[in-house]
Write a protein that binds this ligand. Structure first.
Ligand code: 4FV
Length: 222
């Protein structure tokens, strides 16, 4: 990310919502109408902060990070990586006043079903996942298409030197130099791992005839 920012492939700017708060104490939160614990982010400071951002030729998307959003995934990362500008709104306290959603938000994203203290870490996750899909960010043209979820499956097991570690050997096929055998072994391992750990992904994955044949044999073995 540092290299991407230094090489101006990615530009990350911060807007402090408190700079748009009013009153002596520049409060950004208040008690929830209807009672209850915790505080809510006031709509005014967030609304004014959003208004202060110069939009890049209109192709900008305002994203609110919150547990109520659709779950962020690689497909969403690819989609958002095509935008020229993303404005990521990071909540605090119990969340932002609903009228921010109703007036200013294009989409809502969650990075997972757990509660953080603020949306900042979720925004950082989104920034990293999207930035590495921009051309020139990954060193040595490392293809991000081979990543996990690149084709909707979990990645195959990876090995490097030494050949034997803790008494465990690198699978001989990977030492064979037979690229077709290696491709097939990796595909089988990806399908096997996905079937065992994330069968839900198989519904969405783009599977070839060869994949379906391999899956057939794997399902027989179960
Ligand atoms: C969250 C998530 C998240 C909720 C209240 C911030 C917190 C606090 N954001 N994915 N999970 N946000 O937990 O995106 O304001």
């Amino acid at each position: 990310m540092g290299r991407a920012v230094n090489r101006r492939i990615v530009d990350v700017r911060l807007v402090n919502i408190r700079d748009f708060a009013r009153g002596a104490r520049k409060t950004t939160d208040d008690r929830p109408y209807g009672g209850g614990d915790g505080m809510v982010m006031k709509p005014g400071p967030v609304f004014r902060a959003l208004k202060s951002v110069d939009r890049v030729n209109g192709l900008s998307n305002v994203v609110l990070l919150s547990p109520q959003g659709t779950t962020f995934d690689q497909a969403t990362a690819w989609e958002l990586s095509r935008w020229d500008q993303l404005i990521l709104v990071c909540g605090r306290y119990e969340g932002v006043d609903e009228r921010i959603r109703l007036t200013s938000i294009d989409r809502e994203l969650s990075i997972g079903d757990y509660i953080l203290s603020g949306g900042e870490l979720a925004a950082m996750v989104v920034i990293e996942a999207i930035s590495r899909l921009r051309p020139g960010v990954l060193g040595g043209e490392r293809s991000n298409l081979e990543d996990s979820f690149g084709d909707g499956l979990l990645e195959y097991p990876q090995y490097t030197r030494p050949k034997v570690f803790q008494g465990k050997e690198v699978p001989s096929v990977l030492l064979s130099g037979d690229h077709e055998k290696i491709r097939l072994w990796r595909r089988k391992e990806s399908l096997k791992r996905t079937l065992e750990r994330r069968p839900d992904l198989l519904q969405k994955a783009r599977l070839s005839t060869e994949d379906k044949a391999i899956l057939g044999t794997l399902q027989e073995d179960i």
